[in-house]
Design a protein around this ligand. Structure first.
Ligand SMILES: [Zn+2]
Ligand SMILES: [Zn+2]
Length: 362
């Protein structure tokens, strides 16, 4: 069996609703990962209001951080879950447990009821992250407990965590199940920001290189691309990234830049491209803008393919398949970084569902 991913909300910063926003969607960040037994929800933006029928599966909610766009849907969602059991995971920040952070929002005068008044059995688990997430083990058995390792299990799903580079901190989650994996890197800035800037960045070293190591061999990566490269120049330190760094991430993974988490695997050995869904769309980017951005991404990738083709010393070059994505034309294709396996990089759209396996086409 495979995990499935359903995108319930992929808007960043603020929910939007307009006819010109319907294609990519206006709900804020929420991703549903399902196995036959588990329903694991990443973030509780307004998209959580569209949670489909999960047929009695256990509900776990992993909060990346408590910025308002990531928890905005929680008060109404909990009101609809009478009688259910829900476990909420999140990091302690500013000395506040995840429950205390959520209570800042779900309490008077911002909301008429408190967390304890919902007719829902809530369990809270406070987690910590470190820079060696892949090496840690499960430690989650007691209710309302602290998880002091950055890898734990929810049923048969292994959850690993990595600190993001984001003002106030955020958690990047990796879910592994049955040999497949998905990484959710929302609210992530690729550059370290110095103390003189507004960010309280928490990641040591080069954030993008660390994310590449954390994402080694992942079947699918969700990557924050809120800004265009031009917008980013005015928004350094706000904790978000662009598609240019998503391509860079794909290049790092294609080149086998996998740090301590794995050996280099060539395209021939893995026969799998890096797949990245771009998320956390800016609230002012409407469908026409995002369509144009996707076209720009496609052109950028095609240009890199052409460059690769020119640089080859043997083989028969690249051809374009029916989706317009360049593919190696023959098995005698030489390995050539950055893209012996062309990556798939697409802007995420609300309501899309993917089966996480070796054959995903974005
Ligand atoms: Zn956000
Ligand atoms: Zn944020």
């Amino acid at each position: 069996m495979n995990m499935t991913l359903t995108i319930l909300g992929t808007r960043g910063s603020m929910a939007v609703s307009a006819p010109g926003m319907a294609k990519y969607g206006g709900n804020t960040t929420c991703y549903l990962i399902e196995t036959p037994e588990e329903a694991i929800i990443i973030d509780a933006g307004t998209g959580i209001m569209n949670l489909p029928d999960i047929q009695g599966k256990r509900i776990s909610l992993l909060i990346t951080h408590a910025h308002i766009d990531h928890i905005m849907g929680l008060p109404m969602f909990l009101g609809r879950q009478a009688g259910k059991e829900i476990t909420i995971y999140g990091e302690t920040r500013d000395g506040l447990t995840i429950k205390e952070q959520l209570e800042r929002y779900i309490s008077n005068p911002l909301w008429p009821v408190t967390m304890d008044e919902y007719p829902v059995k809530l369990t809270f688990k406070d987690i910590t992250t470190d820079n060696n997430a892949a090496n840690n083990t499960d430690n989650t058995d007691t209710a309302n407990s602290a998880i002091n390792n950055s890898s734990f299990n929810i049923g048969d799903v292994t959850v690993s965590t990595m600190p993001s580079n984001h003002p106030g901190g955020s958690t990047i989650y990796r879910l592994d199940y049955n040999g497949e994996s998905v990484v959710i890197a929302t609210d992530f800035e690729h550059e370290e920001v110095t103390a003189s800037d507004c960010s309280q960045s928490t990641a040591a070293g080069n954030p993008l290189a660390r994310l590449a190591a954390f994402s080694a061999s992942a079947s699918l990566i969700l990557y924050d691309a809120q800004y265009t490269p031009e917008e980013y120049e005015k928004c350094r330190g706000y904790g978000h990234s662009t598609y240019v760094q998503a391509i860079e991430l794909a290049e790092k993974l294609a080149a086998g830049d996998r740090g301590a988490f794995g050996d280099k695997v060539s395209c021939k050995e893995s026969a799998e491209p890096t797949r990245i869904l771009l998320i956390h769309h800016a609230p002012n980017h409407d469908d026409a803008f995002l369509d144009a951005l996707q076209a720009e991404i496609d052109r950028t990738l095609s240009a890199k393919m052409v460059d690769s083709d020119k640089a080859m010393t043997t083989g028969t070059g690249l051809s374009s398949d029916s989706t317009g994505v360049n593919q190696p034309a023959s098995s005698t294709q030489p390995m050539y970084a950055p893209f012996a396996c062309p990556p798939q990089i697409r802007l995420a759209r609300e309501s899309q569902t993917y089966i996480i396996n070796k054959n995903i086409i974005l």
